[in-house]
Design a protein around this ligand. Structure first.
Ligand code: PEP
Length: 257
């Protein structure tokens, strides 16, 4: 982390877990376990149907509410989709785009990720853009190329002003939900590489202001050392964000200097 130039953000991704009543219960529990004044922004990205319950339960706490996806069109015949305007009216402040599960199971491409990112940013949402290589891409030693390309395409049409509303989450696909975590050095190396991609496009000063998270089996035990890395400015947390005590420990890990 480098708190001098950028925010640390710990965000949970609940995926397809939790009903509205379970959401209320878990957030109420988190309010008792989370530090009252965390050194980072704390976000929970929840299923669409849980947004109202999450907003109500999180009221008056440090928790901000996000969604897990957004459609790129403003309105129309897109059955099952949710627009950025709908999210904003529900009080959502953050949205994830390009999560590897969307890319793997729902045909998301770099181009549609770019369109979703633009829709989110233009509506005033802070977009958490996920990028990351598959295991075979790491084994073929093309992680840098894959992640750079994903980042560049996703940021097409995004100027420096819009970039203020973008967080990038480096999520090696082989580490998501597997219990395998990138080493601190692997996470740092790719987060630094993403920052270099940003520097080439926006200049070094702008690149230094962008929050770049690591995601992939981050947990209460490994968060502190991952977050100690200069270019790791937070975490996108799946499994551990469903446990109040574990999530609180990860947030506390961001209190280090
Ligand atoms: C994720 O869903 O983005 C994620 C990183 O999941 P997990 O922490 O469970 O690996």
């Amino acid at each position: 982390m480098n708190r001098a130039t950028r925010k640390t953000v710990i965000a949970g991704n609940w995926k397809m877990n939790m009903t509205p009543s379970q959401t209320t219960a878990l957030i109420n529990e988190m309010k008792t376990t989370l530090p009252a004044e965390p050194a980072c922004d704390v976000v929970l990205c929840v299923p669409f149907v849980d947004i109202a319950a999450a907003k109500a339960a999180a009221e008056g706490s440090v928790i901000k509410v996000g969604a897990e996806n957004v459609h790129f069109e403003a309105k129309g015949a897109y059955t099952g989709e949710i627009s950025a305007e709908m999210l904003v009216e529900c009080g959502v402040e953050y949205v994830i785009v390009g999560h590897s599960e969307r890319r793997q199971y729902f045909g998301e491409t770099d181009e549609t990720v770019n369109k979703r990112l633009l829709a989110g940013v233009n509506a005033g949402l802070t977009v958490i853009l996920c990028v990351g290589e598959m295991l075979d891409e790491r084994q073929k030693d093309i992680t840098a190329e894959v992640v750079a390309l994903q980042t560049k395409v996703a940021l097409q049409g995004v100027d420096a002003e819009m970039l203020k509303k973008v967080i990038i989450a480096y999520e090696p696909v082989w580490a998501i939900g597997t219990g395998l975590t990138a080493t601190d050095d692997q996470a740092e190396e790719v987060c630094a590489l993403i920052r270099d991609v940003l520097a080439a496009k926006y200049g070094r000063d702008v690149a230094e202001t962008v929050t770049i998270q690591y995601g992939g089996s981050m947990n209460a035990g490994n968060a502190q050392s991952l977050l100690s890395k200069t270019n790791v400015d937070g975490g996108l947390i799946g499994g551990a964000s469903l446990k109040a005590a574990d999530f609180a420990k990860i947030v506390e890990a961001s209190n280090q200097d």
